[in-house]
Design a protein around this ligand. Structure first.
Ligand code: CUA
Length: 309
């Protein structure tokens, strides 16, 4: 029995790719060679009287059996490779991944949240992906893995880093205006370094928790607000949050322009019903944060926004 393709995701994908590429290139070379050879060998000058050859059982059998075997072998390697990509090794290290327009959030089992995926080298990593809004696709080219993140669903993905390093993460499903900027990194570090990082972050988190609610700056970071809203006065895809409170803002409500004060009620409404009163000059694309924030978090964000002079 031939062994199927197993191993790390990048090796599996590369092996299958090379196998199929090798077969394709061999066939291309063979066909090109025969084509040139026959053109020369049977040119009119040398072969003025064409011959009509009909039927050759052995040839028919040969050109049915050989391609069938080739195609089946491609299927076999593809299938066994795909199966081992789908089979998550036992004891893999779990990390929850939440996609939203337009950033990624990683959540570890000890509650630590991060914007970049920090992982130990040499350990299988089991990602549990989901999305808060539309379909995104989590893609790490270096490990040859890609998996959709679908709202209301948890989709699994596993991979393992062989060497320490920083690897790009992309979103591979068009998910709106900032799709191309939905980027982050995988940071693979040695097991010891990782344990240190993991425990250190865990301690920080417990210390913060004992102080009470997460604070405004941390919420803005964790909830992905800063992808679209700056704190320094520059406009991104959405208006800056700096100096907003107390100012009168020009908004479009049902297509009509009006000026309203950016008071508590307005700030709150902008989180729950962001597209009711849209600041003039910006597209009405912010997803509602209603189900994504608790009452307390909303109050904290409003309090913090008023502080941003
Ligand atoms: Cu998220 Cu494209």
């Amino acid at each position: 029995m031939i062994r199927g393709v197993t191993g790390l995701s990048n090796e599996i994908v590369e092996n299958v790719f090379l196998f199929i590429a090798a077969i394709s290139v061999s066939i291309l070379v063979l066909i090109t060679f025969l084509m040139i050879y026959f053109t020369v060998r049977y040119r009119r000058q040398r072969n003025p009287q064409p011959e009509d050859i009909r039927g050759n059982l052995w040839l028919e059998i040969l050109w049915t059996v050989i391609p069938t075997l080739l195609v089946l072998s491609m299927f076999y390697y593809g299938w066994t490779g795909f199966s081992s990509l789908k089979k998550i090794p036992e004891g893999a290290f779990k990390v929850k991944v939440t996609a939203r327009s337009w950033s990624w959030l990683f959540e570890y089992e000890n509650g630590v949240k991060a914007e970049e995926l920090v992982i130990p080298v040499g350990k299988p990593i089991h990602l549990l992906l989901t999305s808060l809004d539309v379909i995104h696709s989590f893609y790490i080219p270096a490990f040859r893995v890609k998996q959709d993140a679908v709202p209301g669903m948890v989709t699994p993905l596993w991979f393992q880093a062989k060497e320490a390093g920083t690897y790009d993460v992309l979103c591979a499903e068009y998910c709106g205006q900032q799709h191309a900027y939905m980027l982050t990194k995988v940071k693979a570090i040695s097991g010891d370094e990782f344990n240190q990082w993991y425990e250190g972050k865990g301690k920080e988190l417990r210390a913060e928790k004992s102080k009470g609610l997460p604070r405004g700056p941390q919420l803005l970071q964790e909830k992905g607000c800063l992808v679209c809203h700056s704190l320094d006065g520059t406009s991104r895809i959405g208006p800056t949050l700096k100096g907003l409170s107390g100012k009168a803002v020009t908004v479009l409500t049902d297509g009509k322009e009006k000026k309203i004060p950016a008071d508590d009620a307005y700030l709150k409404k902008s989180l729950i019903e962001p597209n009711a009163d849209v600041v003039k000059g910006f597209p009405p694309i912010m997803p509602s944060q209603k189900s994504l924030l608790t009452e307390e978090e909303i109050n904290e964000l409003v309090r913090y926004m008023k502080e941003l002079k």
